[in-house]
Design a protein around this ligand. Sequence first.
Ligand code: AMP
Length: 427
Amino acid sequence: MRGAPVGLPAVPEFQTSPGMRDILPPESARWRRFVEVFAGVVERAGYGQVISPLLEDLGVFQRLGEATDVVTKEMYDFVDKGGRHIALRPELTASVCRAFVQHRPVVPWKVWYTGSQFRYEKPQRGRYRQFDQVGVEVLGADDPHLDVEIIALGWEFYAALGLRRVRLLLNSLGEPDDRARYVEALRAHFEAHAEELSAESRATLAKNPLRVLDSKREQDAPVIAAAPRIAQHLSAEAAAHFAAVQAGLDALGIPYTVSDTLVRGLDYYRRTTFEYQGLTLDSAQNALGGGGRYDGLVESLGGPPTHGVGFALGLDRTLLACDDEGVFAPPATAVEVFVVDTTGGLEALRLTSELRAAGISCDRAYEQRSMKSQMKAADRSGAAYAVIVGTDELAAGEVALRPLRSDRGQSAVPRTDLLQHLQKALP
Ligand code: AMP
């Protein structure tokens, strides 16, 4: 590491804002690979990618519900130069539903997405103000096998990353009527025990008693443990749907735990909700991803009544879990060949261009450095071979080929044979 050059401050004037990070190489290569693995898993199941804008009318997100912190407290919103009230997206389900209403695609519409989301949260490990997600949504079909397909895709994706310590939690919130009756039973229970609840949960209770179940504060635990259970309020139809989802997961051999306090954020969730937890992560930030079935969101954005089901998985947090488990390391990014040219650099320019065009990755040194300095750069590059051109080689129409990862000595290769030679030598 070099220190700050003389005369420059050690701490630069501008740094990333709180909760925002630069993702540098080689970590950035891991991010890209993460999305590629995800795309592979879901595209095999017939999902196509939706790329939607980072900005939407604020109203699109407000439709997610007034009891959602993401909407009420955490949104980055502003008025643009045209006087529109705009927000940076805090999640992608609302954008996908807006796109569905706008474009009216054939149903079932099976889509996947990736990208950054923005939430003004208190930054900590695994919780950032800009973070990335991958996810899927299916609009326009109401089959429990679809819930199973989606849950299984997330499960398969974690396995593809190499993660083992993941737990799947599953719940059903019932039909809207079941849910409404349950919410009233919960309200009565929590109001009767309001004094024992934390101030935060009392505030949540006023807006949506269901979300009190999300509280991870110790003070709330006993009141939550004694609360009525959704299972007692499921209609026969909702119970059958839930049983079908469980039977599907059993048929695929996917283990799950039924958790009747799992309600998740969106006000529109009905029937299935699920969450994947990373068992190596701190409990406050252990949700790797989650989702569920929702109705009414498309309608509230001006579309026809439409069933929806989907999930969003957090990239940042999932990679923390990968680090904890020692899997899915950044891919090797070393080039195969490093060109060292002490004749002025024009040969390096020609050779790198030729080799790259032939599909061989290669790099070179710049600024006409000394042989010693260029060889150091070659070693640092991690390349398997250095191709060396000095005045003697240039005059003889040759290059010197030196293996950098073995003790074998260098050999002289006619310039015209270099490509063929390398193609044979490289794996
Ligand atoms: P949600 O959209 O809130 O259901 O979140 C889905 C997933 O996105 C979570 O399970 C996390 O992995 C990830 N996530 C949500 N909020 C954040 C955040 N502030 N920082 C990092 N990851 C997040």
